[in-house]
Design a protein around this ligand. Sequence first.
Ligand SMILES: Nc1ncnc2c1ncn2[C@@H]1O[C@H](COP(=O)(O)OP(=O)(O)OP(=O)(O)O)[C@@H](O)[C@H]1O
Ligand SMILES: [Mg+2]
Length: 306
Amino acid sequence: MMSDQANKLRDLMLSKQKGGELKKNIKSEAPRVITISSGKSGVGKSNLAVNLAVQFAKLDMRCVLIDADFKTSKASALMGIEPKYSFLDVINGGKTITDILADGPAGIMFISGGAGFSELSVGTNRQNLHSVEDSNQISLLNEKIAPLDDISDIIIIDTGTGMSNMVVDFVSAGSENLMLITPEAASITDAYAVIKRAKEQNADLPVFGILVNRAESKSGGDEVFAKLERACNKFLGVELNNMGFLPHDANVLRAVKAKQPVSLLYPDSDLSKSIDQLIELLVSLDTKDTSFQVFLSNLIKKFNNN
Ligand SMILES: Nc1ncnc2c1ncn2[C@@H]1O[C@H](COP(=O)(O)OP(=O)(O)OP(=O)(O)O)[C@@H](O)[C@H]1O
Ligand SMILES: [Mg+2]
């Protein structure tokens, strides 16, 4: 018998075949905003962000990938593109969000965050936004970013790493959270530390979906997940969602070298298949739509409270 999840994905595929409009079970009005984060660096966030975006786009979802990691920004390199503009041109310059969209593989729309988010967080703009709450500044920014919600079904945000305030703010701003860990002990303790900080800042913390990268097997991934879950449950009173695992796949490195997403270069690879399973799971979850406008306004509030 087919699971509900499998049914939903099958419906999705069918409506894709029919060239149907974008599917009710993924999206009603506003797009789904999914933030990809981790405690430790180098655990595979950018790789996941790019390939998840590609797999969604292959299902005819209108998918926007935002690289919000200005320190180790790698998403564009993984796709072999060099965007001309960044989010900073929206914050500081005269560009609107649609002006800065770059074409990515499989029809993905790509936004390089550049120094835009950190400018909002610590730069001169923070002062401006802080001091004039009623301000034209915020409504102007809102006007400039509003079109993104109309042209997208899924927005995936690749964040920076770890203990910086910024990551804690990103995961607290009300998107769906996908946090990556690996079997390495440090990645689990660092993830715990981020969740702890986020919980301290927000009583109503959004639920975290945890994905184990480079797990040996499903049961191996479950064990790693259980370690983090036990600690979060016991000491923080936080429940986590097990979003499964991604295997170590040598094709990833080949794809990185070729500057192409592994899910395009090797669509039948273990990694591509695992990402499809992740999408099945995401589709099956009940979520509230966030919208980029709501997300960004939450984010700015978080920035200003620090
Ligand atoms: N499942 C996997 N199998 C094989 N290699 C992987 C896998 N996931 C990630 N990698 C490799 O691990 C390295 C780090 O991945 P990635 O850049 O996506 O991590 P990150 O979390 O975004 O890092 P940073 O914190 O620096 O932004 C890359 O070389 C990537 O190709
Ligand atoms: Mg990265």
